[in-house]
Design a protein around this ligand. Sequence first.
Ligand code: NAI
Length: 349
Amino acid sequence: MKVQKQELHKLIQNKLHRAGLTEEHADIVADVLVHADIRGYHSHGAMRVEYYAERIDKGGINTDPNFTFEKTGPTTAIFDGDNGVGHVVAKKSMEEAIAMAKENGVAIVGAKKMSHSGALSYFVQQAAEEDLIGISVCQSDPMVVPFGGAEPYYGTNPIAFACRGKDNELVTFDMATTVQAWGKILDKRSRNESIPDTWAVDKDGNPTTDPFKVNALLPIAGPKGYGLMMMVDILSGVLLGLPYGNKVSSMYEDLTEYRNLGQLHIVINPEYFAGLKVFKESLTNSMNDLNNIKPAPGFKEVSYPGQRSAMREQENEKNGIEILDDIVEYLQSDVIHHNSYDNKDPFAK
Ligand code: NAI
């Protein structure tokens, strides 16, 4: 059913506050989830609320964290999230990175000890909305084979990038480093459909078209995606002294435990390079160039990354966001959670 943005925000905030988050933290998480839903990334929107509510309720997220921020150099810093809810840690650490990049031209801020932070586009757009370039990478739980391997080692380790042009139009590139998100395989299972053999492997590491035989996901573009997810793990895990690779905590294994995840923000101030005016003009020209490229057969037009989600956002802002009935019913109900996530194997049938 269609739900208006403000209504969805209120429902999510209420539920997470009732689960144990402060009103302020529940408000920020709701903001990040609605951002995902309104842009069409439902895998990182309201459908995650029940999992978060269960984890909060069971003590796996610190609801009263003591955030600390330490500058380790003129352009570097560590934000310790004390295992507070990931969306809040990612947002607040990005605010610090923005302030530092405004002052010094560039900032690299490592956010450590946090839970899942959702769609990274939200955080890089914080920087873009201040006329800076935002880059963010983070760890996620191991479910992807390294190139040539038959066992999972890395997570779907996403990479996001955003900046804006002279009419304040946003370029937002935000992707998992896997061919497909796990949610898409669950969707195929629910429809009893097969999957392309490029998405995932079975327990022996063989490509599979049976969504029920999936034992690990595949990186994008073989060794290249594998290299990218390794880079993300080094920047947001190894660099911050956190668990890395297959030692990264699982999303569902023990909902009473803190996750200790890491995220790294890199913020660049164009004023210190080409100058803001030249940067914004060239960026807009480049985006226009892309829109004017002759489309290939089967395509209506060429879009720049983030263009279609921005259009979706405008449309949904007016007409409401399509959210699955079950999710809206749960959000409207008095139930905090149904105890359905604890100890769930991500590859469980
Ligand atoms: P996706 O595959 O739907 O999109 C990837 C990128 O391609 C986007 O920037 C999109 O704008 C661009 N794109 C798609 N179609 C396009 C077209 N026709 N023309 C131009 N550009 C186009 O995204 P994916 O990989 O499924 O990721 C979804 C979300 O999941 C992201 O927000 C990501 O941050 C989040 N995520 C979060 C994780 C976490 O642990 N916090 C882990 C993995 C993903």
